[in-house]
Design a protein around this ligand. Sequence first.
Ligand SMILES: *Cc1c(COP(=O)(O)O)cnc(C)c1O
Length: 383
Amino acid sequence: MAFETRAIHGGQEPDPETGAVMPPVYASPAFAQDSPGEHHGYEYSRTGNPTRTALEDNLTSVEGGSHGRTFASGMAAINTVLNLLEAGDHVVVGRDVYGDTHRLFTQVYEDYDLRFSFVDATDHDAVADAMGAHTELVWIETPTNPLMRVLDIESIAAIAHEYDALAAVDNTFATPALQRPLELGADVVAHSLTKYLGGHSDVVGSALVTDDPALDERLGFYQNSVGATLDPFACFLVLRGTKTLPVRMERHSENARKLASWLADHPAVESVHYSGLQSHSQHDLAGRQMDDFGGMVSVEFDASLPAVEQFVSNTETFTLSEGLSGVESLLEHPATMTHAAVPAEERRETGITDGLVRLSVGLEAVADLRDDLEQAIDRSLRR
Ligand SMILES: *Cc1c(COP(=O)(O)O)cnc(C)c1O
């Protein structure tokens, strides 16, 4: 079945009791049993809930996995993957990851004696050199945040497997509409459902999808034991979002491509990071690995910090916000906002400069978005 059809019908059956075409919100924490241990598939909602099952099955279907699990926020899913590890284990991480992922790894899990090596994962020798006898996990995000570098999932998963480590991909930016890491050899895919899958800036949640039943069982143990599960109403909201995901991603990508090419020719702009541009050094890899290039664009201005801060405050259609991927366009300043927790020196090494601005291109008319950026550039950055 085609992706668009699975997005709408994957894991979705009309409600057997009432025929409702959308799965109802089962708010009940507990379920009646006929006799001890004899129940209708559900006992307690932290362990399993029918609305959550509908969403988990839908996500499993669109990601091309065998099992899916949902959690209370993106960080809860990432945390669950780390629950698989033990003190002394080592993790290799692609360098420009989501700022709070970096914080979870270095400020929480280093205290539990996990060790992390952050590497430029566009350099496969650097990934291989960082691997060791205790490396149990390779964690990457692609396209990366905020620099939109493209990592070769197939090659990096192969390196991980040479060392018997798990390959995990945070697929939040691309979504399964554009990129399916399990098909490329990843063992587990993580999503912040808060972003494109929810898609309407009205819910916080996350998912892990795998095609390995034994791995899923371990993830399920931690999902239930730790208890950061996604509540049924949030599951319902995300399901509403997944049904329109293919259409939204097509338009997000189209708008982003148009804005990126316009910005690339703009005199106030130093450079544009968007893998859909032919000038992007990984355009070919992105074209092979992804079905389209997505809605996230980063722009580098050659301007002082105060001027750039003024620019991001002067847009009107673009809202200044750390969020991303909703129907509305947002922008943010990584160095002082999403990536402020990353030490300044590491930010500089990674390439997150004071002049970098990240755009989450929404579904508005692209002419209005262009006009808005132009007026903000005029008011803040023209010299
Ligand atoms: C937002 C985000 C997360 C964290 O998700 P939350 O739902 O905010 O906890 C993780 N990874 C990426 C790439 C994200 O964009």
